[in-house]
Design a protein around this ligand. Structure first.
Ligand code: AMP
Ligand code: MG
Length: 346
């Protein structure tokens, strides 16, 4: 069986589900360390093998806490909080924060604004920031919508200037970036086999200790089940979907947490979930959110143009479209063998 190799390092496999992680035969492995943390509004499960694993995961946990403290929207001491409450005055931030913000703004450009880190005021009008869900009135939506627009954010060196009334939230890219930073840290500590599950954002370091690939389960957006498996090594596998956070309004419609920055409404592009596979977690994370907004046609066009990622799209009518680079490593689960599947070719 083959697995995806994007880099020279790829040798093995990993096994996992976007939401429920499954570990294979852990008892046969001696040096196995596991950590689970609740951070960035999500449950994270970190698994690493080898003699350096335990210390490395303890440090990874500390690192997650540090990053959450910088990027939390609600923590009054965070750098994002300082930006959001700066009333238009310039704020000096750490290199990590300015680099993530710059990355997010750059990805907004690359996706024609489908990714927009300034939607927080609109997300909160819908209640997605608190869980007190509601369909906002047109007046409120229009008022909040006027406070958005990534092109109004200035980030020069380590100084960020945000117009008064606007608020940013890097939630659509932060976990991918955390995955990259943790993977880098683990590799520097000579960990050659680890699986980082950051709430559906999967980052694989090296291979499984036995040299086999990791199996990443993809969640059926219409149920809790895994509909397919991807076999990969040393890659990020990141999914965005409406099912992750949503509510049903009094009108019987379903409203989810990924918004179309052009309308301030939940993005209805015909996609139910988007999974991106690539080397950089941050890029996969940005793309999964953006392509969910953009829809299949634009996603395909971007895939052709970019050439550095692969994807699995599930439409809201239950069809699967996957790019040709995943053809040999993607398999439907037995119960889903009849799911209509099409390969997107260059
Ligand atoms: P993800 O799970 O990476 O797709 O990120 C989704 C989260 O990003 C949502 O829960 C919102 O907080 C925020 N968000 C929603 N729509 C967008 C968008 N179009 N661009 C950037 N962030 C968004
Ligand atoms: Mg994302």
């Amino acid at each position: 069986m083959r697995y995806v190799r994007f880099g020279a390092l790829a040798v093995g496999f990993l096994c996992l589900t976007a939401c429920t992680r499954t570990m294979e035969n852990a008892s046969s492995v001696t040096d196995l360390a596991e950590v689970s943390v609740f951070a960035m509004d999500t449950y994270m499960y970190l698994t690493a093998y080898g003699s350096a694993a335990e210390t490395a995961l303890a440090q990874a946990e500390t690192r997650i806490a540090e990053l959450e403290n910088k990027w939390s929207v609600t923590l009054e001491t965070s750098e994002i909080y300082a930006i959001n409450h700066s009333k238009g005055t310039p704020v000096s931030v750490s290199d990590e924060t300015s680099s993530l913000l710059r990355f997010s703004l750059d990805m907004s450009e690359q996706t024609d604004g489908a990714l927009d880190c300034t939607l927080y005021p609109v997300l909160s009008a819908w209640g997605f920031t608190t869980g007190s869900y509601q369909i906002p009135s047109e007046t409120l939506l229009a008022q909040r919508f006027a406070q958005t627009g990534y092109e109004k954010v200035q980030c020069n060196g380590s100084t960020v200037t945000l117009p008064e009334g606007m608020q940013i939230d890097l939630g659509a890219v932060a976990k991918g970036y955390v995955g990259d930073l943790l993977a880098e840290q683990l590799r520097a500590q000579h960990v050659t086999s680890a699986l980082l599950d950051l709430g559906g954002n999967i980052q694989a370091v090296g291979t499984k200790p036995d040299g086999s690939a990791w199996r990443i389960g993809l969640r059926n957006p219409f149920s809790e089940e895994t509909f397919a498996v991807l076999e990969v090594a040393d890659l990020a596998v990141i999914t965005s979907g409406g099912y992750e956070r949503y509510f049903v309004g009094e009108d019987g419609e379903t409203y989810w947490h990924i918004l179309d920055p052009e309308t301030g409404q939940p993005a209805r592009s015909g996609l139910a979930s988007v999974t991106i596979v690539g080397q950089e977690g941050r890029r996969c994370d940005a793309l999964s959110t953006a392509l969910f907004v953009m829809g299949r046609e634009k996603a395909e066009a971007l895939w052709r143009q970019a050439g550095d990622f692969e994807m699995v799209l599930v439409t809201d009518t239950g069809e699967v479209f996957l790019t040709e680079g995943l053809e040999d490593v993607f398999s439907l689960q037995q119960d889903y063998a009849d799911m209509p599947t099409e390969i997107i070719r260059r």
